[in-house]
Design a binder for this molecule. Sequence first.
Ligand SMILES: N[C@@H](CCC(=O)N[C@@H](CS)C(=O)NCC(=O)O)C(=O)O
Length: 339
Amino acid sequence: MRNMVPVLLALAAALTFSAGAQAQTTLKTVQDRGSLICGVNPDLEGFASKDANGQWSGFDVDFCRAVAAAIFNDPSKVQFVPLSASDRFDALKNKQIDVLSRNSTWTMGRENDYSIVFPGVTYYDGQAFLVPKAKNLQSALELDGSKVCVQPGTTTEPNFIDFFETNHMKYEVVHAASADDMIKAYEAGKCDVLTTDESGLFAMRLHLAKPGDSMILPDVISKEPLGPVVRQDDMQWFNIVKWVNFAMINAEELGVNSKTVDEALKSQKTAVKMLVGTEGDFGKPLGLTTDWAARVIRTVGNYGEVFDRDVGAHSKLGIPRGLNELWNNGGIQYAPPIR
Ligand SMILES: N[C@@H](CCC(=O)N[C@@H](CS)C(=O)NCC(=O)O)C(=O)O
């Protein structure tokens, strides 16, 4: 037995070494690289799109920028990787990206199938239908016999099939590989209905030749909680992404925005002090600085500022806050406190 001791010690050392070698965290990888790699939609106005100068903008893009701001104090330190609906979760699983921020619906099946996890909901959405106004429809229950344009690899396809079958309506599925292809197929008359998340319909309608000739039916047939996604293997990284979202929501609730954040640094209110880092240190346990949330708010904005600018009242999409209002203002956006 005594002869076994050196062998066991060597074995223990080897195991410790290999555990250490594996322990390169996502945060360390991102810091060493000097930028965050974020998977986004290739082209969905308001959520993620690129202008003629190669500048990305949108709600999902701003979330990536917020994570970069928390880490680097610089929201520009992001490399954006455009991903199709079908490729996005494999890209995350295979470590081609650090985080996915691409109008993705949180479902249990996706977490199980790809060993991924949604740290929160940045946008509460639901599936709807866009139709020509000339059809004079009042409800999605009048869609019997429709040719429906839908993108594969989404929650949209099984949802709408379920809805039609439950309501004993006939349908024909017309597949389109991108939002752009869906628009083209609809305008060419290959389908008479577009279906996806309501936010996506607002975005796609802008790109129709005559947006005013189509309407979104009032029926919302599913829950589509959209949010960022990370792998299940790194709790620190999961927590960073989770608390960046919650910090932005809490900032709006506490009235701290990109213009008032310096004033907030002088606030005597405990909740504000804990948010901006003048009391306690909530950043260090996540591997961040004390002022991590102040960095996000200063350079990207609070939740309401980002919503407003990218998809809300001050954007081309003009989507009402609806469910995405704060919980104390009639909506369901609710972040656990930073304290
Ligand atoms: N939230 C749904 C739908 C997401 C989705 O990919 N929607 C389509 C239709 S709006 C899209 O964004 N397409 C953009 C593209 O691939 O060009 C999901 O997670 O499956």
